[in-house]
Design a protein around this ligand. Structure first.
Ligand SMILES: *[C@@H]1O[C@H](CO)[C@@H](O)[C@H](O)[C@H]1NC(C)=O
Ligand SMILES: *[C@@H]1O[C@H](CO)[C@@H](O)[C@H](O)[C@H]1NC(C)=O
Ligand SMILES: *[C@@H]1O[C@H](CO)[C@@H](O)[C@H](O)[C@H]1NC(C)=O
Ligand SMILES: *[C@@H]1O[C@H](CO)[C@@H](O)[C@H](O)[C@H]1NC(C)=O
Ligand SMILES: *[C@@H]1O[C@H](CO)[C@@H](O)[C@H](O)[C@H]1NC(C)=O
Length: 450
């Protein structure tokens, strides 16, 4: 056992050796730093090793978080051009999409399958997005008294949380509908996106004046009532509604979506950016030391992804967002000074902490979430040379399969959809073809969630 003196000495010695820095005026500096953080992140992943299961992170990380990680990695490739992780990303998605249904609903995860869990994978692989969309439509629950619409949190009635209609599950549906609408121009998706937003806002889950996004509402089956609001506010809830609104604005150019974006942006700035220092944070749990759980410590990375997407699709937000992203990069890098130890297998002195509220400090909370947040905070600063996500008439050639999904009896169709993108796209296409199991629709890998 180490004495405390040795422990402290090794901590102090470890940090300066490889301390990360980032110069935001230099693309190569951003890419180098992001690459080091990504390297540390992938040390948590063993799904590509012998005996590993592609797409799964080891405990305590849930299945959905791995989906979120691959979402970040696809954007990492799109923004930086670094294709190092494309092969393991494809391998993971192919494995988890769970042929023949192609719907990211693997049986192994039945003991904890939320609509949001499925959504985080669906948003990562657009091949699965239409299938997930079709299943959401079937699950949309208009039973009288039970809040007249909306998805329940959980997919299966035996799971706890089946009696909860929440902003993240419905936000996944909204986001997938909006992104499919933007990509395909199919009216059905746009109509659903509007309907889901109206439901969310009509039931007070998004406050019409302040644009606060509340977590959810309980429903009571026994007396068929729509119960109390759970008013807690997490950044990923706001993020997912912001992204979908940005997609809908880009598609329709309607004032109503512009207003929603402005409202959600205002709310983001007042709620999730600290008044002192302008740091992104997670107010419900970050106030108390180590108050955020394994899931919650990853949320602000999705907020960053959402802001980057919004800047690209609702251009009047770009200047405000550039400042937020720049501050986030500085904050994140300043926290990435933790040692290589049992919690972090990357280079010594580069483990990223969770909180960014306290300047250049490492709070000891190394893990997948904080490492993902830092990765996102750095590479999304490559905004200016990155094109907006593709659509079917702008760089996208994927045809998709509107009938995908397990409630349809038919098997997935023959290979026919191929992904293109103007940057490093050829590598992905080659990988997809090499994989040889293309079916249904790979929507542009680059048109991602967020
Ligand atoms: C798994 O992927 C990581 C990250 O790309 C890589 O470093 C490692 O060599 C891969 N392992 C195997 C067995 O392919
Ligand atoms: C489900 O679990 C089995 C047994 O561990 C494993 O072989 C398989 O790859 C898993 N499937 C998925 C989609 O993760
Ligand atoms: C319905 O049932 C729930 C749970 O038993 C209870 O908390 C709630 O007060 C009831 N509502 C009405 C209107 O009776
Ligand atoms: C957002 O904030 C600006 C500046 O305070 C304000 O003018 C605008 O009305 C707000 N927009 C919404 C939709 O709340
Ligand atoms: C639009 O999407 C809906 C819902 O998936 C589908 O039924 C319909 O066939 C699609 N229309 C076209 C023209 O692809």
């Amino acid at each position: 056992m180490k004495s405390w003196a040795v422990g402290i000495a090794s901590l102090m010695l470890a940090s300066p050796a490889t301390a990360l820095t980032v110069d935001l005026s230099s693309d190569s500096s951003i890419k180098d730093t992001a690459s080091t953080i990504a390297y540390g992140l992938l040390k948590y992943y063993h799904g590509n090793t012998t005996g590993g299961i592609p797409g799964l992170l080891p405990g305590p990380y849930y299945w959905w978080e791995a989906g979120a990680m691959f979402g970040h990695l696809i954007d990492y490739w799109y923004y930086t051009g670094d294709s190092t992780y494309n092969d393991i990303t494809l391998q993971a998605m192919m494995h988890q999409i769970n042929a023949p249904d192609g719907d990211f609903l693997p049986r192994n995860q039945s003991n904890a399958m939320g609509n949001d869990d499925q959504g985080f994978w669906g948003m990562t692989g657009w091949r699965g997005a239409q299938a997930v969309f079709n299943e959401y439509v079937v699950r949309w629950n208009e039973e009288n008294g039970l809040c007249g619409g909306g998805l329940r949190w959980q997919v299966y009635s035996t799971l706890s949380g089946y009696d909860y209609k929440n902003s993240i599950a419905n936000g996944c549906f909204f986001n997938i509908a909006a992104r499919l609408a933007r990509f395909t121009k199919n009216e059905t998706y746009a109509e659903w996106a509007t309907k889901i937003y109206e439901w969310e806002s009509g039931f007070g889950l998004i406050d019409k004046d302040t644009y606060a996004v509340y977590d959810g509402k309980y429903i009571f089956e026994n007396n068929k009532t729509c119960g109390n609001l759970n008013p807690v506010q997490y950044s990923y809830n706001t993020a997912i509604w912001l992204t979908g609104s940005a997609a809908m604005y880009d598609l329709t150019k309607k004032d109503s979506w512009q207003t929603h974006i402005n409202g959600l942006m205002n709310y983001t700035q007042s709620m999730f950016i600290s008044q002192e220092g302008g740091h992104l944070w997670e107010p419900p749990c970050e106030q108390t030391s180590k108050g955020c759980d394994q899931n919650q410590v990853s949320f602000k990375g999705y907020m960053i992804r959402s802001l980057a997407y919004t800047a690209k699709t609702a251009p009047w937000t770009a200047d405000t967002i550039a400042k937020i992203l720049a501050q986030a990069a500085k904050d994140a890098v300043a926290s990435c000074i933790g040692p290589a130890d049992a919690k972090y297998m990357g280079p010594d002195g580069t483990a990223c902490g969770f909180t960014w509220l306290k300047g250049a400090t490492y709070d000891g909370l190394a893990g997948v979430g904080p490492q993902m947040n830092a990765l996102a905070a750095v590479f999304y600063n490559l905004q200016k040379d990155t094109k907006p996500p593709a659509t079917s008439d702008d760089r996208g050639t994927s045809k998709g399969d509107p009938n995908a999904g397990s409630h349809m009896a038919q098997p997935m169709s023959e290979p026919r959809a191929i992904v293109t993108a103007d940057r490093a796209g050829a590598a992905i296409v080659t990988l997809l073809i090499t994989a040889g199991i293309l079916s249904g629709s790979w929507f542009l890998m680059t048109d991602l969630f967020d």
